[in-house]
Design a protein around this ligand. Structure first.
Ligand SMILES: O=C(O)CCC(=O)C(=O)O
Length: 257
């Protein structure tokens, strides 16, 4: 898909799929990373490998440096790009948690809500192993406030809030089926979620949230990464340094993959 068509499709539907954005070798390293993190944090579910566990990780920065991903992000938000969120939503076989229907923007302290999400597939992600589902067009609705949403138990769900089923037309949802190395991108207003993984296969996705450097992250000290272009003088986001690899602390990986 050329840049113009990608932007048009994203603006019309609130999401887009782009195939083969990273190599299958690098996607395999993502699988290895989940295995490594699972051993390092045996008491944390792999749906909950959150930003704080990833933002100083050299392997994550290796992914953030991938030109192929940044070029796609640039098409949507322009040349001055930062990351404000990284989160693995890796669902184990048989017992992977569902994600209730939600709009990402309901959770985020961004001013303005100018942001695009990348969902990067480390494994196949299909209807049978609980891929993400989106409801195209809902990016034009207003954002639901957390107080208007229903509370969920995080022992059973990845997120603690969901939009009430009365507001959801599941019949118009689309399954975002991806192969390792594919990505989808989505708008912060689009309604999306996913089922429980009851298949015998892992479903591994890395979500990456990109902002133009004109977007302010209004949360004290929140750690972002500047990835392309320049920062804005009047926007006081906190940009971390690129981490050095330390054998005892980090997963070894092939920098050429
Ligand atoms: O990984 C999933 O199933 C849901 C992903 C999601 O909610 C997101 O990327 O915002």
């Amino acid at each position: 898909m050329n840049k113009k068509n990608l932007k048009r499709k994203y603006e019309r539907d609130g999401y887009a799929i782009i195939r083969n954005v990273i190599s299958t070798k690098l996607a395999k390293e993502i699988e290895n990373h989940i295995d490594w993190l699972t051993k390092k944090h045996p008491n944390t579910r792999p749906e909950a490998f959150h930003h704080n566990m990833l933002i100083h990780d050299p392997f994550i920065h290796h992914i953030l440096d991938q030109k192929s991903i940044l070029d796609i992000v640039e098409t949507i938000i322009g040349p001055n790009i930062a990351l404000f969120g990284a989160h693995y939503i890796a669902k184990r076989p048989l017992s992977g948690q569902p994600v209730g229907w939600h709009q990402d923007g309901s959770y985020w302290p961004l001013e303005p809500m100018d942001v695009v999400s990348v969902w990067l597939a480390g494994t196949h992600s299909t209807k049978s192993n609980a891929c993400m589902k989106v409801i195209p067009g809902t990016q034009n609705k207003r954002l639901m406030k957390p107080s208007e949403m229903i509370k969920l138990d995080t022992r059973d769900y990845v997120l603690d809030l969901a939009i009430h089923p009365d507001h959801i037309d599941e019949s118009s949802s689309v399954d975002i089926e991806l192969a390792p190395g594919d990505i989808s991108i989505h708008n912060p207003f689009i309604i999306h979620g996913s089922n429980a993984n009851v298949s015998d296969q892992w479903r591994i996705g890395l979500t990456l949230r990109y902002i133009p450097t004109t977007t302010f992250v209004n949360r004290d000290g929140w750690e972002c990464a500047l990835l392309r272009g320049h920062k804005q003088k009047n926007i006081s986001n906190n940009y971390v340094d690129k981490p050095d690899f330390r054998k005892k602390e980090h997963m070894p990986f092939n920098r050429l993959s």
